[in-house]
Design a protein around this ligand. Structure first.
Ligand code: NZQ
Ligand code: ZN
Length: 387
């Protein structure tokens, strides 16, 4: 194990009917003026918006709507939210949605307390915000685990960068996986793959030691995601599988799997930059990148890829070299992606522009934790193979 400090500030209410059971009590400590933040309207098509408004009103809260937070939230949307929060002297932000709404609100919460531009503060001055409007999250689509951390991925359209910013942690999270039943199936499955991606990016970070409890737990989470995604494909109504996937999604991002490890997240930083140019779906972009990236790097950590193959993808290592087992595991990963209906080439997502590929290779963040330190030329090769 590497040295670590682990501290966790988020209270989680998990399970069916959790909003009805816990929201009224959970919002009591905060002031009257609540900003209710949500996306493009799914919460109004379902009964979620009405349900939450009724509880907030009964609790004596005044509601200011912050609506229209788009998938892959933009920096302009963050600024709009911060302005609204300042103008209305907001006491508390309740974000209701998936990764996009929650990420946007983490940064709105910080920007509303700052006199300077938060992108400037974090990227030019190397600073971090220290004051926040308290924020909480009600999750309506799982997969990103965004509710469990204080990192937000924001698209700065002016700079053509989709990059992390650090904002607030949610004070509390309400996670009722029944809410996810109205999510379009393809969107939901891409979220499931995002969870698997977070697990793999954590598991395969610069592999130093063979004996690591975080990796043992991680293997269990990955097996659970694979098995329960298959159950949802067979039966989208399977509430038990949805609740398992909801907690797996949180587990992948609540820090536990990362304890004592150097993580990778190279597939993510490449995908985020593809997203900056194309606004593509996050989980689908990752599905394309993972197998191609792994075929480029597995020889630098064959034992770890072989362990992923045997422990997670059920590859039989008998009579095979580590490299052969590792490669069979990557092939099994690709077959699984196809089985669950996600793309394995960008062209399936309508991305065919070689200029986008070149710009992505030139500008994506290179991570320190990838088991092979990649040069930009190699990222260009990887992305070209993804087309
Ligand atoms: O906007 P509405 O109308 O609500 O529709 C949304 C949106 O179109 C819809 N949706 C959400 N809940 C629904 C629903 N539709 C019907 N019923 C419901 N109950 O789903 C669509 C996608 O929502 P979005 O929030 O964009 O999806 P997701 O949760 O996958 O979030 C993706 C964003 O999170 C970032 C991604 O980069 C991307 O910007 N990530 C954040 C992470 C973090 N902070 O830890 C980690 C991830 O790696 C990821 O990068
Ligand atoms: Zn992700």
């Amino acid at each position: 194990m590497e040295k670590f400090i682990y501290e966790y500030p988020i209270k989680t209410y998990f399970g069916a009917n959790a909003v009805q059971e816990y929201l009224a009590e959970a919002v009591k400590p905060y002031g009257k003026r609540v900003m209710l933040a949500y996306g493009g309207g799914s919460v109004k098509k379902t009964s979620v918006y009405d349900e939450i408004c009724a509880i907030l009103k009964a609790a004596g809260k005044e509601i200011t709507d912050f609506s229209g937070i788009m998938p892959n939230p933009t920096y302009a949307k963050v600024q709009e939210g911060a302005k609204l929060a300042k103008e209305n002297d907001i006491d508390f932000i309740l974000s209701v949605g998936g990764g996009s709404v929650i990420d946007c609100c983490k940064i709105v919460s910080a920007q509303a307390k700052l006199d300077e531009d938060i992108w400037e503060l974090e990227y030019s001055k190397g600073g971090k915000p220290s004051e926040f409007i308290p924020m909480a999250a009600i999750v309506t689509v799982t997969g990103t685990g965004a509710e469990m951390n204080n990192g937000a991925v924001i698209t700065n359209e002016a700079l053509q960068q989709k990059s992390p910013l650090w904002g607030t942690y949610a004070d509390f999270v309400i996670l009722d996986s029944e809410y996810t039943k109205s999510v379009p199936q393809k969107q939901y499955i891409s979220g499931c793959f995002d969870t698997l991606s977070h697990c793999m990016e954590t598991y395969l970070g610069t592999p130093q030691e063979k004996n690591n409890l975080s990796d043992d737990i991680n293997e269990a989470v990955m097996r659970s995601v694979i098995e329960n995604t298959r159950k949802i494909i067979a039966n989208p109504d399977d509430s038990e599988a949805r609740s398992e996937l909801a907690w797996a999604s949180s587990m992948a991002e609540n820090g536990i799997l990362k304890i004592g490890k150097v993580t990778d997240f190279q597939a993510h930083t490449i995908e985020h930059q593809v997203g900056a140019y194309t606004n593509c779906n996050h989980g689908m972009g990752l599905a394309v990148i993972h197998p191609v990236l792994y075929r480029h790097i597995y020889k630098d950590a064959p034992w770890k890829f072989a362990r992923l193959a045997t422990e997670v993808f059920g590859v039989n290592p008998d009579g095979k070299t580590e490299e052969e087992t590792a490669l069979e595991g990557i092939n099994a990963l690709e077959a699984y992606i196809k089985e669950i209906g996600l793309p394995t080439r960008f062209s399936e997502m309508g991305i065919t522009d070689r200029e986008v590929i070149k710009k992505t290779a030139d500008t994506c963040i290179l991570t320190a934790g990838c088991c092979k330190k990649l040069a930009r030329e190699e990222i260009l090769d990887i992305l070209t193979e993804c087309l």
